[in-house]
Design a protein around this ligand. Structure first.
Ligand code: APR
Length: 231
């Protein structure tokens, strides 16, 4: 039975109404990525950064998983072989659709991190204003549990192990601008996996896949899952 690794990016949540990072104006919800998604930005203006992520977290209540998230959850439930879904997304739409064999490599909006004790906690409330770490009680240390530029993505050992023994690697809705995720195709391909990309537009890494299909994730992913499950 084939071992499958799937990588998803912002494009899979676009049809749910979650904006992608690199829109036509180059801005993420009106901000330059480096003004809200780096440790330097947080040191410089913690109020702006906390508010920015508070708004993103709150917005999750107004969006729902789409056909692509649901199809991947069905694949997770019905695929008898090994499967790992790795998402770069910090939204919770994959788990709300029902995926369980999955990892968030760039952290999650609904999680807080305490740099004083390295604790990570499920967190749904705003992080602006007064907070206290539930583990070490440090006041006002909590920050979004998001992997910012210059920080180490989560679960890399587990992801590398899965890529090295994958038979099929599928990348969905990612522009291929950000490493290490943009290099997964090289690792999987070198290890012998068939590599398939599904994306709205050609990505930075399209040429490194065996096949690239252009279109909306909401159309392409259910089709692919149907084919995979039909054998
Ligand atoms: N279906 C499929 N693909 C789509 C759709 C759609 N409906 N809508 C947009 N896309 C594609 C775009 O063509 C683009 O190539 O999704 C991709 C989104 O790219 P980015 O906005 O760059 O998002 P992503 O690749 O996930 O960004 C990676 O960058 O800012 C950091 O940490 C952040 O995880 C993020 C990382």
């Amino acid at each position: 039975m084939q071992r499958i690794v799937i990588l998803t990016g912002a494009g899979i949540s676009a049809e749910s109404g979650v904006p992608t990072f690199r829109g036509p104006d180059g801005l993420w919800e009106g901000h330059r990525v480096e003004d809200v998604a780096t440790p330097e930005a947080f040191r410089r203006d913690p109020v702006l950064v906390q508010r920015f992520y508070d708004l993103r977290r709150e917005a999750l209540g107004r969006v729902k998983p789409n056909a692509a998230h649901k199809a991947l959850a069905r694949l997770d439930a019905e695929w008898p072989g090994e499967l790992l879904l790795v998402t770069q997304n910090v939204d919770d739409l994959h788990e709300r659709a029902g995926s369980t064999r999955m990892l968030h490599m760039h952290g999650q909006l609904k999680s807080a991190l305490c740099p004083a004790c390295d604790g990570r906690f499920r967190w749904e409330a705003p992080l602006s204003g007064e907070t206290r770490c539930p583990a070490c009680s440090a006041p006002d240390t909590l920050r979004p549990d998001i992997v910012w530029f210059g920080e180490m993505p989560y679960h890399m050992d587990e992801i590398d192990r899965a890529l090295l023994c994958a038979d099929l690697f599928i990348s969905i809705g990612t522009s291929g601008n950000v490493y290490p995720a943009a290099g997964f195709v090289d690792l999987a391909r070198h290890a012998g996996a068939r590599c398939l990309e599904l994306n709205l537009d050609p990505s930075m890494t399209s040429g490194r896949f065996h096949e690239s299909r252009l279109g909306k994730a909401g159309d392409l992913v259910p089709e692919l899952v149907e084919t995979l499950l039909a054998g």
